[in-house]
Each structure stands twice: as C-alpha cells, then as structure tokens.
Design a protein around this ligand. Structure first.
Ligand code: ATP
Ligand code: MG
Length: 577
C-alpha cells in the first residue's frame, strides 16, 4: 500500500482522556477512534491488527476441533429469564423493545443462545461432543468504560462453547481449549500466564484466566517464583500450616478486661499494648441469611469468596448490627468465639495461636488469654484469608510474588449450570435422558491487541510483534523526488509484494525525519530505508524496529533477506503446545 493513499491519521499529541500507554498509542498511531463512551471505530491499520488476532484464533480453534458459527447479537429476553440471568446480569445488559413492545437485549455473551441452539438440534450421545465458536461483537453496558480497547462497551470476542456427555469428556474439552489458548497467546507474541481463577460452585482447577503481564493491568495475580503456580488474587491458596502440639500448661488464666470504646484492631493494640498478631479478629457473616463467625489473626484479611466457596452458599456479606447482636449479645466491635451463639470457622492463621485476645461478646469488654479447646471451639480450620506477598507457595514451598496482568482470555467449566436450567438434554447409550456438560471459553480480541501494545512499545511508539503487525515492512525512500531512489523503492515494493509480504511504501513528499517518526510510531517491524548515498554502492538499509539494529543490504538480496527475517520471527512465535 502506498502511504499517500492510506487513511492513516497519526498524531503527536497525547489524547487527554487516554490514561494508559496502549490507549494513547492506538489513538496516536491512527488505529482506532472513539465514537462515544466505550465504543470505537477501527481504522484500516487497527483493523488489520484485529484481523491478525482473529486469524491466529481461527487457526488454533479449528485445529483444536472447534467449528465456527455466527450467532445473533440481538437476543430475546425470554432466554435470559429461562437461564435465570436476566436479573443477575443487571445493568450490564442493554435491553430494548421492538415495535411490538417485545423485549430484547444486545448479547454480552452467548451461553443462552448457544444452549438454545444445541438443545433443539442435538438429541443423542452420537451427536456429542461438540465445540462451537464464533468471533462476534458483544455489548456490555460497563459502568466505567476506559483504557481504549481494554474495557469498552462494544467489543469483539471469540467465544467457544463445548458440550460433552460426561465429566471425563468435559475435562478433555477443557484441556484442549487450555492448550489452544496457550498456542494463541504465544503466537500473538505475548508474555502471559494462565492463572487459576475462582470457579464458584464448580470448584477445582476448572477456571483459568489468561493474564498478559503488564503494570497497567486491572487484575492482581500471584505467582510462585519457583514453579508454575499462578492464581488470581481472589483464588490464590494459602498452604495449611503444620499443626503444632500446643500444651495445656502454657495456657494462662482467662481474663476479662474493661476496654471502653475500644473496637478496632489498632485501638485494641494500643490500649492493651500488644501486636495485631496476638489478636483473633471475629467477623460475623450472613451466609444465605445465617450468621457465621470467621476467626482470623489480627493482621490478616478474610477472603469472602473463600468463605463462600467453603460453605457452599450462594450469597455472603458482612452481617448487619442486628444479626451481630443476636449472635454475640453485644454491639459491633466486641465479637469473640467464647460463648458465641452461631457456627464458628477459623482461618489457618489461628490454628497455632495460644493466649490470644478477642472481643468478649459484651459491650466495652475484651478477653485475654483465650485458648481454643479450653474456652471455645471451632468447627474447622480452613484457608479463608487473602494471600500475601512471600506466603509459602501451596504447590512447591517457593515464595509467592505479586504481579499485575490484563485478562485477555478465560476458560471455564460450566458444568450443567445452563444445560440444566435450559434443559439441554440428550439420550445416552441406554436410552436414558441426561444433562449435557458444558464449558465456555472467551478471548477479548481488541483487548488482546491493546495488551500487545502495552507489552511492546518504547518512547517512540508501538513495536508490533511480527504475527500481529498490520504491515510487516515499511519502505522509506528518503527523497521521493529523486528518480533513482523512487525507482529502487518501487522495485523492492514489487518484489516483497510478490512474496506475499505486507508492505507500506512511504511515498509521501515529507522530510525523512517525519517519515521515520511515523514508521516508529505505527510500529512496523522492518524498515527499509532507500537513500541516494547507499544506492550509489548498490545498497539499502534494513532497520529492525524492536532492536534498532541497522544493516546494509545489497539491492538484489533485500527481498530474500527481509523474507528470512520475517520467517524467523514468525517461526519463533509459533511453537505449539
Ligand atoms: P472483566 O473481568 O475484565 O470484566 P470478564 O471476566 O467479565 O472480564 P469474560 O466474560 O470472561 O470477561 O469475557 C471473556 C473475555 O472478553 C475477557 O477475558 C476479556 O478479554 C474480554 N472482555 C470482557 N469484557 C470486556 C470489555 N468490556 N472490553 C473489552 N474486552 C472485554
Ligand atoms: Mg473473566
């Protein structure tokens, strides 16, 4: 393509509303333009990147045995009522009426539509397993659309759905998608980690988020510095400590202390001149409406999701004053496990504590020298806390580190959540009716492109990895009015195009400095500079955007040389799992 004919509006100004680098660069490099909040147009250069991401995804999905479909974006609300998500999805769901006052929504995801499709046409085990995917526009009325393509309201997603006859089949489907995702993100040239994510009631290792490592990421992740273990912050496990043999003789006599208006950990610490590690915090939760106390060491935080999963309840929240009073007989701030009137769970952090301080379940009183077993009992000890940096890795004993990441993909075993609610049934070998087991697998297309920019840029602009580059090569004739220069540039352009290489010929009558700046900004991996001086000795200059390494190359070798550079980079990124 000739630059002079391209719709490629580049800019030097940093857009005022663009907080993160990928957003700034995608605007400045003329890839995207905002229409309105969270809704973007892709310009030619941006759309080429999008198409590259989509191509890699298609190839890997097809290779993994998934079949491409294209489902409607407009969905009747009845399907969402049937699955029970109409309310649950809340204001993210954009609903509207047609001329007959029938309610619809714009698809934020397609579990309902695909389950409806499959239940109507799949009747027996012979038609299973199935994995169907699409690449399609989603709409989610996000509360805070921001960061350009990272969090939009309208965005492209690849979503796949698997249907299996049994658990073993569903696990195989999951593993196949997991491997395909690794291939996809590797081929996109991203540094990423699959991290264990909360899978709610399904449990186990059946939800992974693929996080691209980047400081601008909205997701916190933990990973082990020694092994492969990685999880998102909510899910990250804390290893069970060894149970110490606590001897009764070391127990000091229980003591009640008057602590007027002393409620918080800080207040208790300064009043009693102790450390938070000597206090056991007692939090009262309402779990599906029932009070439950969770004990945790004073310097640690309870992870509500862990409590929820441990109890297997559907709703959990901190109890209100009324519930606290009923369970403890005291106002908020004085709860403790001794003589409490509700179930008591304890985090592992409490397991080896002796002679600790807790609330006395009496206004303005705390207890000293409390000991589990002697003064109170707990139902069980479990992993209920938020992980901390340098915690022991639950897999190998290494040290847990924190990092930030961008969630570009998500694989999830759904089990029978939708197939049960929407009656996606099949007849098994024995003619018995059974429920299909499902999985769903999403990738944000625009977010993947943006994540790549977040990882691959410098102060001059984007540095596209070869597989995503909108064009692989840009030819920059230094002076377009010099006939020999333009002729040589044209020649190279023809020979590269003949090798199916995507090339821009910067034929603009601009100063070389301006053209170099634009080439750097839009991030084309290879630049060929054609100038009179080098031409005199039959050479052009090849410059690699990523390394800024330049080399001279004979005119008649340049096509083969560039072809080789591209091939090597593509091969390096294409290692398969
Ligand atoms: P998030 O936690 O970031 O809101 P999600 O968990 O709701 O995402 P999924 O429903 O798992 O997202 O969607 C699959 C993929 O779609 C995500 O991994 C992400 O790459 C992409 N995605 C989700 N929401 C957006 C958005 N608002 N803008 C761009 N991409 C998105
Ligand atoms: Mg997700």
């Amino acid at each position: 393509m000739r630059y002079s004919q391209m719709f490629l509006p580049t800019g030097r100004e940093i857009p005022a509303d663009a907080e993160i680098i990928s957003h700034q660069l995608m605007i400045r490099a003329g890839l995207i333009r905002k229409l309105t909040s969270g809704i973007y147009s892709y310009l030619p250069l941006g759309y080429r990147v999008i198409r590259n991401v989509e191509r890699i995804i298609r190839e890997e999905m097809n290779k993994a045995g998934a079949q491409e479909v294209h489902l409607p974006m407009v969905q009747p609300i009845e399907l969402w009522q049937e699955s029970g998500r109409s309310e649950h999805y809340g204001t993210l769901l954009l609903k509207f009426l047609d001329r007959n006052k029938h309610q619809y929504c714009l698809g934020p995801t397609h579990e309902e539509v695909i389950t409806d499709l499959v239940r109507n046409d799949v009747k027996t085990y012979r038609q299973l397993p199935l994995n169907l995917y699409q690449i399609q526009t989603k709409f989610r009325d996000e509360l805070r659309p921001r960061f350009g393509l990272m969090r939009c309201r309208e965005f492209g997603m690849k979503d796949a759905y698997s249907f299996d006859v049994d658990e073993a089949g569903a696990e195989k489907s999951y593993a196949r998608m997991f491997a395909a995702y690794k291939n996809i993100f590797r081929r996109c040239g991203l540094r990423f980690r699959p991290v264990e994510a909360d899978s709610g009631s399904i449990g186990g290792k059946y939800s992974h988020e693929f996080l691209v490592m980047a400081d601008a990421g909205e997701d916190a992740m933990v990973f082990c510095d020694k092994c492969d273990y990685a999880a998102n912050l909510e899910k990250a496990e804390v290893a069970a400590p060894e149970k110490k043999n606590i001897v009764g003789e070391s127990f000091l006599p229980l003591e009640s202390v008057h602590t007027p208006d002393v409620r918080t950990i800080e207040e208790v610490c300064s009043f009693l001149q102790i450390q938070p590690q000597q206090i056991v915090k007692t939090l009262i939760f309402a779990a599906d409406g029932q009070a439950i106390a969770v004990l945790i060491r004073g310097d640690q935080e309870v992870n509500e999701i862990k409590v929820k999963n441990y109890l297997g309840v559907s709703e959990i929240a901190l109890a209100d004053d009324d519930m606290i009073f009923k369970a403890t007989g005291a106002p908020r701030g004085f709860a403790g496990a001794v003589k409490i009137k509700c179930r008591v769970l304890a985090d592992y952090s409490v397991m080896n504590m002796i002679n600790f301080v807790t609330g006395a379940n009496q206004e303005d009183y705390h207890l000293k020298n409390v000991n589990i077993g002697r003064d109170c009992s707990v139902e069980s000890f479990a992993d209920l806390r938020v992980v901390e940096e340098n915690d022991v890795c639950p897999r190998c004993g290494g040290a847990i580190q924190f990092a930030r990441g961008i969630e570009v993909g998500h694989v999830f075993k759904l089990g029978t959540k939708y197939s049960k609610a929407m009656k996606a049934l099949y007849l098994d070998r024995d003619g018995r009716e059974k429920i299909m087991i499902m999985g769903c697998y999403g990738i944000g297309i625009g977010r993947t492109a943006a994540a790549s920019v977040e990882q691959n840029h410098d102060e001059n602009g984007i540095i596209w990895p070869m597989p995503l580059a909108p064009y692989q090569v840009i030819i920059t004739p230094v002076n377009v009015n010099e006939q020999s220069v333009m002729a040589a540039a044209d020649n190279i352009y023809q020979s590269l195009s003949a090798l199916n290489i995507d090339v821009i010929l910067d034929d603009r009558d601009e100063r070389a400095g301006v053209k170099f700046k634009d080439a750097d900004l839009i991030g084309i991996p290879v630049r060929i500079t054609v100038g009179q001086k080098n031409l005199a000795s039959g050479n052009v200059e090849i410059r690699i955007r990523k390394t800024a390494v330049t080399s001279l190359c004979a005119l008649d070798k340049v096509a083969a040389e560039v072809h080789q550079i591209i091939k090597e980079e593509l091969d390096a990124a294409s290692g398969q799992d």
